[in-house]
Ligand binder design. Structure first.
Ligand SMILES: Nc1nc2c(c(=O)[nH]1)N[C@H]1C(S)=C(S)[C@@H](COP(=O)(O)O)O[C@H]1N2
Ligand SMILES: [Mo]
Length: 323
């Protein structure tokens, strides 16, 4: 078969159309191969400590458990909906128009600079970055602050694996992320609807959490432009806007970094942005959500259903104040 191993792929070859197709196959092969090895482990953690932990199980047991990669019992949203209902304001504020406007978006060659308070700063070629850790499928809930949701099968690897490579210094407390802002390709970057480039941030412990991934694929295929190619952040217990797209820079810093939506509306969007049905947004209740492709509404779950794995990150914090 013509599937190339990642170490065979040179960045100079990447724009070649044929290779692009074989990359897609490579991701698919790796996901299938990876899942046979990893599944047993995931299931074991999940059934003893995961989301379906028994009612009588003590909180202490749940908190001490290794974070589980939950397998969801919810249907995946269709590929069509995931790729045609997008927020990517650099291209359009009309969710249904993003796919068409981003159609010719060029994402090779591409570099990601990982810098700041680290011992080994490095500018990664995207194809070297994607070799750091084998691609894994992660089927996650996605909850937008606009009160709609999806279930998305991402392909990616934990952000922590990348951060390990650059060795954060002890002064590093937060991680700042930056998107590409290219006025030649992205029509809205010439407008002032938001401040560009789009920026986001996480606390370092949130960034190192095993549920936090960098995604480069979707439904076993290379991430399409409209979903944030070539690399986006996915933090499943936070509102969708934390999932910054088309990342070019990741900087370790000692102070809480600015975030695009907090700059645009500080009363509406805080730094943490954890999914929380008990803290309403001024314009949208966060108690329920519309699952794209379903009728009716669902109750929104605390931390988007990932409370067992992440609630301990916020012990003692007033989540109404730190929204
Ligand atoms: N650079 C950038 N990243 C972004 C956005 C954006 O406008 N620009 N929108 C955010 C919002 S509001 C959401 S809900 C998700 C949508 O991701 P999806 O289209 O892959 O579902 O991307 C987030 N990341
Ligand atoms: Mo969103």
């Amino acid at each position: 078969m013509l599937i190339k191993k990642p170490e065979d792929i040179k960045s100079s070859e990447i724009t070649d159309k044929k290779l692009y197709l074989s990359r897609r196959l490579f991701i698919r092969g790796a996901v299938l191969a990876g899942s046979t090895v990893a599944t047993g482990l995931v299931y074991r953690h999940f059934t003893s400590h995961g989301e379906e932990a028994q009612a009588g199980e003590k909180i202490a047991d749940v908190q001490a458990a290794p974070p589980a990669i939950a397998t969801l019992n919810e249907s995946k949203t269709s590929y069509e909906d995931i790729t045609h209902y997008n927020n990517f304001y650099e291209f359009s504020t009309d969710k249904q128009a993003v796919a068409q406007k981003a159609k010719n978006y060029i994402t090779r060659p591409w570099t990601v600079s990982v810098e700041g308070l680290v011992n080994k700063p490095r500018v990664f070629d995207i194809d070297d970055l994607l070799k750091i850790s084998p691609p894994e499928e992660r089927v996650y809930r996605h909850r937008c602050v606009e009160a709609w949701s999806m279930v998305i099968p991402w392909v990616g690897f934990p952000l922590g694996k990348l951060l390990d490579q650059v060795q954060p210094m002890s002064q590093a407390k937060y991680v700042a992320f930056e998107s590409l802002a290219d006025p030649k390709q992205m029509p809205n970057v010439k407008s002032d609807i938001l401040q560009w480039p789009y920026v986001e941030g996480l606390r370092l412990d949130e960034a190192m959490h095993p549920l936090t991934i960098l995604a480069s694929g979707l439904y076993d295929e290379t991430l399409p432009p409209q979903n944030g190619a070539p690399l986006k952040l996915v933090v499943p217990w936070k509102y969708g806007f934390k999932g910054i797209k088309s990342i070019i820079r990741i900087k370790l810093v000692d102070d809480e970094p600015p975030t695009t939506w907090n700059i645009a509306g500080p009363r509406e969007y805080g730094f943490y942005s954890n999914v929380n049905p008990n803290v309403d947004h001024p314009r949208w209740s966060q108690k329920t959500e519309r699952r794209i492709g379903e009728f009716g509404r669902r109750d929104t779950l605390m931390f988007n259903g990932y409370a067992d794995q992440v609630a301990q990150l916020y012990g003692g914090m007033d989540l109404k104040k730190y929204y």
